[in-house]
Design a protein around this ligand. Structure first.
Ligand code: ADP
Ligand code: MG
Length: 282
């Protein structure tokens, strides 16, 4: 199957001379959720800004479906790739939630009827009925982020890119992000999310790309990446506590990496008949 997003040998040098990403290759297919991990300044945001043409490669090529981002307008690309900024203040600027939800569709010159249908659907999906007349700036930051996601959802681009959606969110906010990512996938979207939240990646049980000093240093399923001690150390990352715990206990299957509490409970249930010895793997 042809990838929907194809990044080939892409480097990006900012006008000041900083090389923010170096020779990146990455293919993303229909139906995937891809997490991008890495410390601050490793190039994550620069990479995803290439998907909707906000940035063009200095060298190399990015294709979205059949479109070469170098040759297309941002407006056209944004109907295929929606980008939810890390800071919702950079994205919400209209005086009511209702107007905010319609903005993307209007920008793409959709008819009023089409816009209404799509906005209505976003209202349903995000349960925003009571907030339509609110000014986005009167909402708290997690509600504002949700409005930004809903307005992208109204456009319904194939790809939804979330830049650090859980940063600054409390436990409830983080759980909501998890639900939303799952909903986006169910709705048929490809989801690319930049996150420091190892627990979220564990729950999503998804493909994980690791960036370090402008380069891609890993690209595999989270369970493989999280159990690679060298990669984790190089990128300065800690696996979820539960993975760390399971890795230290010998009676868990050493060939599996446990990403969630549920996966360990499942193992325990399956093995409760056996007299397992508890010990630490040396
Ligand atoms: N607009 C910009 N102009 C110049 N340098 C930038 C700009 N944006 C980011 N950088 C630099 O590019 C590198 C990668 O940044 P970024 O992609 O934002 O990383 P991340 O999202 O992983 O924190 C950093 O060294 C950062 O300082
Ligand atoms: Mg960033």
């Amino acid at each position: 199957m042809e990838p929907y997003i194809s990044v080939k040998n892409v480097s990006h040098v900012y006008p000041g001379g900083v090389t923010a990403i170096k020779d990146i290759n990455l293919d993303i297919h229909e139906g995937e959720i891809v997490a991008i991990l890495g410390s601050n300044g490793s190039g994550k945001t620069t990479l995803v800004k290439h998907f909707n043409g906000l940035l063009k490669p200095t060298t190399g090529e990015v294709k979205i479906g059949d479109l070469n981002t170098r040759k297309e307008r941002i407006s056209k690309l944004s109907s295929h790739v929606g980008y939810v900024f890390q800071n919702p203040n950079h994205q919400t600027f209209l005086p009511s939630v209702r107007q905010e939800l319609a903005y993307g569709c209007k920008n793409l010159k959709m008819s009023e009827e089409e816009t209404d249908t799509r906005v209505q659907r976003a209202i349903e999906l995000f349960q925003l009925h009571d907030r339509l007349d609110d000014n986005p700036f009167d909402l708290n930051s997690s509600q504002r982020k949700e409005v930004a996601m809903a307005s992208i959802m109204a456009v319904s681009p194939k790809v939804i890119v979330l830049d650090e959606p859980t940063t600054g969110q409390d436990h409830k906010g983080c759980k909501r992000v998890l639900e939303l990512v799952k909903m986006f996938k169910e709705e048929g979207h490809i989801v690319v999310l930049i996150t420091h939240d190892m627990h979220l990646i564990g729950e999503l049980n998804c493909r994980t790309v690791v960036m370090n000093q402008s380069e891609k240093i890993a690209d595999d399923h989270a369970s493989v990446v999280f159990s690679d001690k060298n990669i984790m150390a190089e990128a300065g990352l800690q696996p979820p506590q539960i993975t760390h715990f399971a890795n230290e206990i010998s009676h868990f299957d050493p060939n599996r990496t446990y990403l969630t509490v549920e996966s360990i409970l499942e193992w325990m249930e399956a093995n409760q008949e056996e007299d397992v010895k508890v010990g630490t793997r040396s």
